[in-house]
Design a protein around this ligand. Structure first.
Ligand code: NDP
Ligand code: 2IT
Length: 445
């Protein structure tokens, strides 16, 4: 870790992601010194390629803006680089390196042939017009296109990059290359997209929670659930929780959260989807619309997030990294939460994870629990290659089977390495072994 910090200064999220994996891997590296000799972990930590580029664009008033674009291509041992693009003002090299690093292990767990990458820009889509977002996406793709391709690197969405942005990005790629290929995933259904891709991350996180509960002969029916965020992952998490008879009582955005004791039903969820995906409004509107629900603004100076301080059985953090700190984790445990399925990437701090593991609750780390999104991206790539489209039932059944397999592999691997019930070790070790063996086979490259 000292080396990692010295070589990658000022990248705390990257250090955190590496630390969590390295801790689990001691168990493997002690049993398999050949991976240590081949310096597999050191090689995975160092991205194969990092591209940083200028994105200059003009707003509606004619003013010029300069943003910074990135693509981190971390590992291609088991397939083309694959991972989302994030557009958010907080984006920097360290955050994207952490996300690309996580993606390597996550993609390996999906059973599909995908390497790991991530990209994005410090662009803030909030408050921008559609034409400003389009011009930004086009300017971004004017550089990115030379680094990606259907057999090289296949980007998708993440925070701030949804259906609208994927459309603009794909349109510019197609124009520049004069090729209609499966270069992006999350595409529209009439131009190469897969059914269930929008739903996949949220659905997958709920399927993973259901699999964890099954180990205790329980299910989600009647369970009270805390959900954070109100974007793509949060919306479809609530959708699936409703289908399975659970009661989701919270949603949030960066300004605050709503608590709805009666539970978020289909009508309320439709309101949230329209509010967030079409009007691009704030979650506070929910409390104005639905009496009986309460909006609380989140004070960033507070040492905890009050959303995590309600009585519940399950938590689905679905907003961003480190949204559950040490105090939040303690609050969750005190309030009776015993299932945490991470829809977001690395939403729990190291001290939070330690508490969950110590309390032996059902804790599904992001690289396992939220792998349904990228797995369905892999299914979109497969359909594009075959030039066919599967039905909703077919894709959902494949997604469900992939999540069940990921659960089984994580559970079994944790047991095999002497830490039963520890899905963190299970996910890190199983993901690592697949990539490590491919790297050994392919020599020192
Ligand atoms: P969206 O942009 O659709 O939604 C993000 C949500 O999180 C918004 O409600 C947003 O609020 C909130 N949020 C974002 N940043 C912060 C912050 N710094 N503090 C508080 N709230 C914040 O993104 P997604 O739903 O796609 O992504 C959510 C998480 O899931 C991310 O961690 C992402 O990496 C992860 N993920 C996404 C996958 C996907 O397929 N989309 C797949 C796997 C993981 P606001 O609108 O106010 O910014
Ligand atoms: O974090 C993630 O797995 C994603 N944002 C989805 C990546 C993808 O390529 O679908």
């Amino acid at each position: 870790m000292a080396d990692v910090k010295a070589r990658n200064p000022v990248e705390p999220e990257f250090h955190q992601a590496v630390f969590e994996v390295a801790e689990s891997l001691t168990l493997v590296l002690d049993r398999h010194p050949e991976y240590r000799r081949a310096k597999i972990l050191e090689r995975i930590i160092e991205p194969e390629r990092v591209v940083i580029f200028r994105v200059a664009w003009q707003d509606d008033a004619g003013e010029l803006h300069v943003n910074r674009g990135f693509r981190i291509q971390t590992n291609s041992a088991i397939g083309p680089y694959k991972g989302g693009l994030r557009f958010h003002p907080s984006v920097n090299l360290g955050i994207l390196k952490f996300l690309a690093f996580e993606q390597v292990f996550k993609n390996a767990l999906t059973t599909l042939p995908m390497g790991g990458g991530k990209g994005g820009a410090d662009f803030d889509p909030k408050g921008k017009s559609d034409s400003e977002v389009m011009r930004f996406c086009q300017a971004f793709m004017c550089e990115l296109f030379r680094h990606i391709g259907p057999d090289t690197d296949v980007p998708a969405g993440d925070i701030g990059v949804g259906a609208r942005e994927i459309g603009y990005l794909f349109g510019m790629y197609k124009r520049l290359r004069n090729e209609f290929t499966g270069v992006m995933t999350g595409k529209g259904l009439t131009w190469g997209g897969s059914v269930i891709r929008p739903e996949a991350t949220g659905y997958g996180a709920v399927y993973f929670a259901a699999e964890m509960l099954k180990t205790r002969k329980q299910d989600l029916a009647g369970k009270t659930c805390l959900v954070s965020g109100s974007g793509n992952v949060a919306q479809y998490t609530v959708d699936k929780l409703i289908s399975l008879g659970a009661r989701a009582v919270t949603l949030s955005d960066s300004a605050g959260y709503i608590y709805d004791e009666a539970g978020i039903d289909r009508e309320k969820l439709a309101f949230v989807m329209d509010l967030k995906n079409r009007q691009r409004g704030r979650i506070s509107d929910y409390a104005d619309k639905f009496k009986g629900s309460v909006y609380t603004s989140i004070d960033p100076a507070l040492d905890h997030n009050p959303l995590w301080n309600h009585k519940a059985d399950c938590a689905f953090p679905s907003a961003t990294q480190n949204e559950i700190n040490e105090k939040d984790a303690a609050n969750l445990l005190r309030n009776g939460v015993y299932v945490v399925s991470e829809g977001a990437n690395m939403p729990t701090s190291v001290a939070g994870v330690e508490q969950f593991l110590e309390a032996k609750i059902l804790f599904g780390p992001g690289k396992a629990a939220n792998a349904g999104g990228v797995a369905t991206s892999g299914l979109e790539m497969a359909q594009n290659s075959m030039r066919i489209s599967w039905t909703r039932e077919e894709v959902d059944a494949r997604l469900f089977n992939i999540m069940r397999t990921i659960h089984e592999v994580c559970h079994g691997t944790a047991e095999k390495y002497g830490t039963p019930g520890n899905y963190v070790n299970g996910a890190n070790i199983a993901g690592f072994l697949k990539v490590a063996n491919a790297m050994v086979d392919q020599g020192v490259v």
